[in-house]
Design a protein around this ligand. Structure first.
Ligand SMILES: Cc1cc2nc3c(=O)[nH]c(=O)nc-3n(C[C@H](O)[C@H](O)[C@H](O)COP(=O)(O)OP(=O)(O)OC[C@H]3O[C@@H](n4cnc5c(N)ncnc54)[C@H](O)[C@@H]3O)c2cc1C
Length: 319
């Protein structure tokens, strides 16, 4: 018996959330009293046995070239094959865009109960009872299923990675299903820190008045090593690329720190950022709705507050 974890890689390197997924899987496995098997799909530069440090006792690696393009159905087939071979009780995925698109196919192929948006470790594993975000993460519900087999997809950065001692065996996987998707080209998002993985994000809204003022956001983001994001109108007006648009109709992010500058805090914006651990709001209007969701708020003009904040960070970094 086991818990199987989808250990995602990007261009051969493990994603940060993979370590969180494996250690989440290990903690569920410990609750069930079973082992943890990580499944890596696609070519890998990193050492697969690295996953032992996060609790995997076995790594199954599907390295065939056909798996180098993401195909949700074929990836689900590979995971299902391992789940069946290992007598899995649960399959764990991180709620990345790839993880989320594998879940439905995985649950159907393996005939298991899917639970997405998982926000914590299970309260119980028999029956599986787990807290999940609901209503665009404005609230939480606790789900219980009588199904023995479950597919759990957690909110990235909601749980955190934990290290475990031990070693892992590595096996080559083989699967009858072949990936049918071939990627012909990739348009890369601009910005040095990919938003879905960013631990810190500096974000601007219409309060910044125009694209010519984004240097203020970029300078602070660069100093902090943060990703840059924006509200929907900002990307609709082509002040910033659509890849930076966060919210209900944009990317949902889960950073440790979200700094929102000149953003009103509309419900559709909050839907994509409210899982941030700490929210700092800078807005000239003390009545802006975003202040209700903020951990820290600065009522002030962005064009005066941002340079002061940037200078303060510079001074702090200089010791
Ligand atoms: C179906 C639907 C889906 C949507 N999806 C999204 C989504 O995914 N993401 C999203 O962001 N929006 C989304 N929206 C739009 C959303 O409702 C808001 O209109 C949008 O978030 C507002 O963007 P904003 O806060 O940048 O602009 P505004 O609402 O114009 O707010 C600008 C803010 O800047 C402040 N400000 C002005 N000048 C300064 C200054 N000098 N210094 C500091 N602060 C200043 C103002 O006080 C104000 O609070 C959606 C809307 C709909 C109907």
């Amino acid at each position: 018996m086991s818990v199987v974890v989808f250990a995602e890689q990007w261009e051969g390197r493990f994603k940060k959330t993979t370590f969180e997924a494996v250690s989440y899987g290990r903690r569920v496995a410990d609750m069930l009293g079973v082992s943890t098997v990580a499944v890596v799909i696609g070519s890998l530069e990193d050492d697969p046995s690295e996953l032992a440090s996060y609790g995997a006792s076995k790594v199954v690696h599907f390295s065939e070239d056909s798996f180098n393009s993401f195909d949700s159905s074929a990836f689900a087939s590979a995971l299902k094959e391992v789940a069946v071979a290992e007598g899995a009780r649960s399959v764990i995925l991180s709620g990345t865009s790839n993880g989320k698109s594998v879940v439905p196919s995985m649950a159907i192929q393996w005939e298991a109960a899917p639970i997405t948006n998982v926000a914590a470790l299970p309260d119980s594993v028999d029956p599986m009872t787990v807290k999940r975000g609901a209503f665009s993460s404005k609230g939480y519900v606790t789900y219980t299923t009588s199904e023995q087999k479950t597919v759990l997809c957690f909110i990235p950065n909601a749980i955190g990675a934990v290290e475990f001692p031990g070693a892992a065996s590595v096996e080559e996987g083989s699967v009858s299903a072949e990936a049918r998707v071939r990627v012909k080209g990739v348009d890369r998002a601009t910005g040095s820190v990919p938003l879905p993985e960013a631990e810190l994000v500096v974000s601007g809204g219409r309060g910044l008045k125009g694209p010519e003022n984004w240097g203020l956001i970029e300078e602070l983001a660069q100093l902090l090593g943060a990703g840059t994001a924006c509200s929907k109108p900002v990307s609709d007006m082509h002040w910033r690329p659509h890849s930076e648009h966060v919210g209900q109709t944009g990317i949902a992010i889960n950073p440790n720190l979200y700094i929102a500058v000149g953003i009103s805090g509309a419900i559709q914006h909050l839907a994509g950022v409210s899982n941030s651990k700490v929210i700092v709001v800078i807005n000239s209007d003390s009545e802006a709705p975003f202040f209700k969701a903020a951990d820290y708020g600065v009522v002030g003009d962005a064009f005066s507050v941002l340079p002061q904040l940037t200078e303060a960070v510079k001074r702090f970094k200089q010791g």
